[in-house]
Design a protein around this ligand. Sequence first.
Ligand SMILES: Nc1ncnc2c1ncn2[C@@H]1O[C@H](COP(=O)(O)OP(=O)(O)OP(=O)(O)O)[C@@H](O)[C@H]1O
Length: 656
Amino acid sequence: MSVDVLPPNTGHNINSYPVTVNDTRPRHIDSRARRKLADPNNRINMVHFDPNYIIYDSTTDTTYLRGRLLGKGGFARCYELLDLNSNKIYAGKIIAKTRIAKPHQRQKIVREVELHRDLKHKHVVEFHSYFEDDENVYIVLENCPRKSLVHMLKQRKVLTEPEVRCHLKQLVEAVKYVHNQNIIHRDLKLGNMLLNDHMELKIADFGLATRIGYEGEKKMTVCGTPNYIAPEVLQKRGHSFEADVWALGCVTYALLLGRPPFETSTLKETYVRITSNNYSIPQTVSQGAKSFIQKCLRHDPDQRPTVEELLSDDFFTSGFMPKSLPSTCCTNAPKFPVYARLPRPKSYAVSDSKQDQVDRITSSMRKIEIQPKQDHLKPDKVVDVVRMTSPAAFPAIKSPIRELERSDSPPYSRGTSESPPYSRGTSPKPRCASTLLDVLNTCLEHMPKDTSFNPMPLNDPTVVWVTKWVDYSNKYGFGFQLSNDVMGVLFNDTSRIVMSPDGRAVQYYDITGKLSTFTIECVPEELEKKTTLLLYFARYMDEHLIQGGNVELSKDSDDMWYAHTYLKKWFRTNKAIVLYLSDGTLQVNFFDDHTKIIMSYVKNDYYVTYIDQDRNANTYCMVHLIQDGCKHDIIERMVFAKSMLKNLVDIEGADI
Ligand SMILES: Nc1ncnc2c1ncn2[C@@H]1O[C@H](COP(=O)(O)OP(=O)(O)OP(=O)(O)O)[C@@H](O)[C@H]1O
């Protein structure tokens, strides 16, 4: 493509021509735009689109409305463009022809279009179309509204290593694709790494890219100044794909440390440093990241790894790599799941025998199977009931107490640890299982029967319930996660471990009920095994299970954390799993249809929460149920829960 031979000047950049003046566009365009702007059903927020800025591409008869400015480059201004035909928003690079008057400037645009338009990869900005008019050239691209890594770094100063791994993996995959198309990008810099709404990274700007014509071809010149210029480019020794690998090293360095590796106050000095390979990596950078950067920044291009080799570099496996990143990362460092701190085999400073143990735990954790009885459920919902199969016993833990077999007969007592000593016997009566049983009896006796509707659910329930659980009691114990993100394990030897929502503070009650508190960074030696198990349970639940329901709940404050609520008892029947929390909450999860019923006492009132098959949660005040009744599916489950609660009281005593 050459800008000179683009179709005749048919588009109108209303940037320079107000829509009412000099308008030679077909009349229907304006009315189409007006209709769109006035359409109350349009899901796009039209406030951002100015009806006075209409851009028309006559080659495809497409009308665009210009929206917000996304960014400015050396040549282009990039705006949101709303395609009035498809109602899709694109990013439109608008390049004023006055800015590309010189041949090399024009050449940049031509090359950009020529090379970019055929590329199709998840992590390369998608090329949509191009056209021109008297004033401008337009390049219409996939929109990346979350800006570039430059913007992110401006807010954040530096990124965490897991984030860098996540971005870099996508980046290296994209560069591998580009190299496989025989294209060198030659300007891989943070400003050309854009993020879409889902925080997926996309490489942009192929203005300096070039195609390698034959194997071993070396390019001699680069027009313009690439940001992270490789020494062979600078010295005009001839360059190829390795120049991009060099840039990847610079990008990694900049993301981790907030500045490029060869930065100085003058360009001349920077070039001296690049050619003499003069840079240093501070101690704060991990060994994995350091070695990755060093490999990319090898002075001799032949000594640098290929992008293919980079993909299998230890850096990507030497630490936690999130699968995706939340958009909050644009401004704040993310909190990673607790298992991000899991010891890695290489760095885990334990004796061989402990190392063996960790490895054994890992391998047995992999043998997790989904219960066959869940098979009829949709796959994305086959999640919160799992069973782990592994025969060998964990040496430090006494033989497991057998779980209640599949029947609806009363459960026999399971070994679970006592309440914390200071709260023993002092729990307020309303939180006792026997009181809840009385309340439930009264409710079921008095509430109207056969009601065909439910009362109004409450808006802001603060019910804490079990969102994920893993029964590994044939070996270690029972893992749980609560809706306030507290995680814990009831071990088979009756000890209990509970971890704060941010994964920092841990409480451990031994089999006599003695409490130890510690942080995850400073685990007492004798509790290393159980803490490691807790982290493995946490990882398993995080990676394999989704929340049992969609209720939004307030979280415990991070300050002065103490686990007031934890799982105290559990048992299962052939119909359901019954979970009893330390705050007196009773939860029953039904195996057949995945529904859940939760009865709790919060701020002087009793509540019933019902989570339906679609995981929608609704909480009702028990008083409203007594007055107004509710649908049969809830009543039926309350009746079942009552029988389970009675069993629990019979076995454990009225004060539980
Ligand atoms: N697809 C896109 N989605 C969202 N924003 C974009 C997109 N493409 C570019 N931008 C924004 O527009 C700015 C200018 O784009 P770009 O860097 O491609 O222009 P340029 O003039 O060719 O750049 P350079 O000066 O690097 O040669 C970018 O820095 C970026 O912030």
